[in-house]
Design a protein around this ligand. Structure first.
Ligand SMILES: [Zn+2]
Ligand SMILES: [Zn+2]
Length: 278
């Protein structure tokens, strides 16, 4: 059977015995659950949980598992002019989910921001005919379920087509990627970020952490680097990892004011002041 980690939702290749452990949960950016390492099969997940669909924006559908499972993120189905894209992933896939996705135009590719949301990406790819899964090369070591559908790209940006670009921002994971959709949000642009940066509950600010559950921040240089890497892109709307965690207007300004606030909080702005006053 196929084992899925109960805490992070990662699917492992078919085996009779469960894997010896989950490297993604053993890593300091995640954690092993209070009851120790637990596994669930895709079949049990299908029996005990279901997926719900909701509209998150213009041509953007959220897909989330109920009751909440593992990290609890939602995947996004983007209805782009070049076909449907699944941004980030969830562990549960079943016949009704496949039917609904097909009714919404189907999928032509999958892209996942980072290992916490790899979930059942190979299962999702196969359900739609073995469609490509775009991941950054720098996170290859975290892939637990290797498959020929996975396309590892190198460098700082990767254009999927004239409308969609993957940008490696790093920070949370070395190969962390975000997706820029130029014609999204009626042409004003949309940015899918998942965890990096992550949308704050007030939906006016975003933040930048190395580990969210273990509260480990990133340094100032990393935050400045992320702002610099996203500078060439135009977007008014920014999508985080949870339902309604969306900065719904002027998101690029929100990124800048968030970076400034973060740098102030960790002392990254006062450093320069101290130096010049000497
Ligand atoms: Zn895990
Ligand atoms: Zn994460």
């Amino acid at each position: 059977m196929s084992h899925i980690c109960f805490t992070c939702g990662t699917q492992y290749p078919t085996s009779s015995d469960p894997p010896p452990g989950c490297p993604i949960c053993r890593d300091e950016r995640q954690y092993i659950g209070r009851r120790g390492q637990e596994w669930i099969s895709l079949e049990s997940l299908q029996k005990r949980y279901r997926n719900v669909f909701f509209q998150e924006g213009e041509g953007v559908w959220g897909i989330q598992t109920e009751p909440e499972f593992a990290i609890g993120q939602r995947a996004l189905l983007l209805q782009t002019r070049n076909g449907g894209i699944l941004w980030d992933c969830i562990s549960l896939i079943d016949a009704s989910t496949i039917g609904l996705v097909k009714a919404l135009g189907g999928l032509s590719a999958i892209a996942v921001s980072h290992p916490h949301y790899y979930a059942s990406m190979v299962e999702w790819s196969r359900a739609f005919g073995g469609i490509p899964i775009y991941l950054h090369e720098a996170d290859r070591e975290w892939v637990q379920y290797q498959d020929s559908a996975i396309v590892f790209w190198k460098g700082e940006t990767h254009r999927l087509n004239d409308d969609l670009t993957l940008v490696r921002v790093g920070g949370h994971f070395s190969g962390f990627q975000v997706l820029h959709w130029a014609s999204g949000e009626k042409g004003s642009g949309a940015l899918m970020t998942g965890d990096m940066p992550q949308v704050c509950p007030d939906r006016r600010y975003v933040s930048f952490m190395y580990s969210y559950p273990n509260l480990i921040p990133v340094d100032g240089a990393t935050v400045r680097d992320i702002v610099r890497k996203l500078e060439p892109y135009k977007y008014s709307r920014l999508y985080g990892a949870w339902p309604k965690f969306v900065v719904s207007g002027d998101a690029k300004t929100a990124l800048k004011r968030s970076a400034e606030r973060y740098l102030r909080a960790i002392g990254g702005l006062s450093d320069r002041k101290t130096q010049t006053s000497r």
